[in-house]
Design a protein around this ligand. Structure first.
Ligand code: SF4
Length: 500
């Protein structure tokens, strides 16, 4: 998996030595930016990126938008990795790159090169906006993207810094770009009339949906809003620039994914209320419809009617195929708590949920619900936390990131990738209610097979048995013992020297 490569990159000293880079960035005048990141994306207990290179989040958001070009400014190895991963995940266009060397970085020529590149690229016939992203090294060096023009011939220029030492996860990097675009669009809307979205505008009040979801989920949510006399607005991050205007022009915002702090700030500045949690399962859907009703001042009887319309179908789907087993959940998408709620309502025992994202006010209803059922919820969970849980609890199924799944496989525990297999399903309302059972039950049913596979591969891939061998490895335990003696002797001598 390419995200393994990026993940490894961010875990080793070879990628971002956060303290040195942060210090350099502060010395280069980026203190305010880093302080804002610290407030928006609080870290702890760990402060190193635990997902793939964070910039992938914002890069992907830009690449998915119509008539938007993306330009990266960073080390060639980072740009190589990011463009590789983005094309692995189906990007349909090129990633722009302004290369640099030590000289162009320190003399300020890199900034001039970036400015020249955006001027060349800014064709209003083809583009609504250009996103320029400073990766770690240009951010640490203070390359001042804020000095780029706001627009060139009507093409908006959005400059963002997305350093691994300031943005903890790729999920939050999506927020950096979504927040920057909303801020730009909000100022445009405040300054005068703006174009309506190409798909037209609903005549009913709308609820903007915050967070990337499985494509059927916004439709399902729209169906549940209809009896309340409401419509679903755009999903932020948006797919075209004009959608940002209608996203801002909503009656309320549903923070389906709870980590969009910068985006929420823009909605709040526009005077929009923001609702937490999401319509998942019976309890989640009932509570969410009630909070939407409150936000719009809809009579309780109308809300109850809508609840009665959908909750029996959700109950039916949940009871259709129960999950019998212990499941641990970990991920970095921001929807981990919602998935855990759905699993529990489907019958699973979920002792632990780990998310790389931080705790925010919009995850509070899900946190309360889960804690009331004895679930340990760990925000900013580290890979070590997730692995320790799988090793200690030995669940019937581990849902997690690539390295968690790898560990579970080594232990003979059935496992599912959160990103590829859980996020790629509907979760909301009646359509989401039955969607997890099948894949989860099939995976749990593989336990014996996993055990047989583990037995078959026992001892392979570790120590002397890792790597590619043409013949059986020549182990020579006598050499190893002699070498061990030498090392011990050296250690004793070093200790004796210290004591003198
Ligand atoms: S941009 Fe930063 S976090 Fe991303 S791969 Fe490069 S050094 Fe690592």
């Amino acid at each position: 998996m390419p995200d393994d490569l990026q993940h490894m990159a961010t875990q080793t000293g070879g990628c971002t030595s956060s303290e040195t880079m942060e210090q350099a960035a502060r010395e280069a005048g980026q203190g305010d930016l880093l302080d804002r990141f610290k407030a928006d994306y609080p870290v702890g207990p760990h402060d190193k990126p635990q997902s793939m290179c964070p910039a992938f989040g914002s890069l992907r958001v830009g690449l998915r938008m119509k008539r938007v070009a993306t330009v990266l400014s960073g080390s060639a190895c980072c740009v190589y990795g990011l463009s590789f991963v983005s094309h692995f995940y189906g990007a349909r266009r090129s990633v722009g790159y302004v290369p640099f060397d030590s000289e162009t970085l320190v003399t300020g020529k890199l900034f001039e090169d970036i400015r020249e590149a955006v001027h060349k690229l800014a064709d209003p016939e083809k583009l609504d906006a250009i996103v320029v992203t400073n990766l770690c090294v240009p951010t640490a060096s203070g390359v001042p993207l804020r000095l780029l023009p706001d627009e060139i011939d009507g093409v908006r220029i959005i400059g963002i810094d997305v350093p691994g030492f300031g943005i903890p996860t790729h999920a939050e990097a999506k927020d950096v770009l979504a927040g920057a675009m909303l801020s730009y669009a909000r100022k445009e809307a405040a300054a005068g009339p703006v174009p309506a979205p190409q798909a037209g505008k609903s005549d009913r009040p709308t609820v903007t949906l915050l967070g990337e979801m499985f494509p059927a989920d916004p439709l399902g949510i729209a169906g549940m809003l209809a009896p309340l006399g409401l419509a679903a607005g755009p999903v932020v991050p948006c797919r075209e620039w004009r959608e940002f205007y209608s996203a801002l022009d909503c009656g309320a915002v549903a923070a389906i994914h709870p980590f969009y702090t910068a985006a929420v700030r823009e909605f709040q500045a526009a005077g929009r209320p923001v609702l937490g949690s999401a319509p998942v399962g019976v309890d989640g859907t009932a509570a969410w419809l009630a909070s939407v009703g409150d936000a719009f001042g809809i009579p309780a009887a109308t809300v109850a009617e809508a609840q009665n319309q959908f909750l029996p179908a959700i109950k039916g789907a949940l009871s259709g195929s129960r999950i019998d087993g212990t499941v641990t959940v970990s991920g970095y998408e921001g929807s981990e708590l919602l998935v855990a709620r759905l699993l529990i309502e489907s019958g699973a025992d979920v002792p632990y949920v780990g998310t790389a994202c931080p705790k925010t006010p919009w995850s509070a209803p899900d946190l309360d619900w889960l804690e009331a059922r004895g679930v340990t919820v760990k925000f900013r969970a580290s890979l070590e936390d997730d692995l320790a849980v799988v090793e200690g609890l030995r669940p019937d199924l581990a849902i997690g990131t690539t390295p968690v799944v790898q560990k579970a496989k080594e232990l003979g525990i059935p496992s599912l990738y959160f990103t590829n297999l859980i996020s790629a399903r509907p979760l909301m309302g009646p359509a989401g209610a039955g969607s997890l059972q099948q894949v989860v039950n099939a995976a749990i049913g593989n336990k014996d097979r996993m055990g047989r596979m583990r037995g078959f591969f026992e001892g392979v891939g570790h120590g002397d048995t890792s790597g590619v061998w043409e013949d059986a490895p020549n182990l020579r335990p006598d050499f190893r013992a002699a070498h061990r003696k030498k090392l011990d002797k050296r250690a004793r001598a070093a200790k004796a020297e210290q004591m003198i």
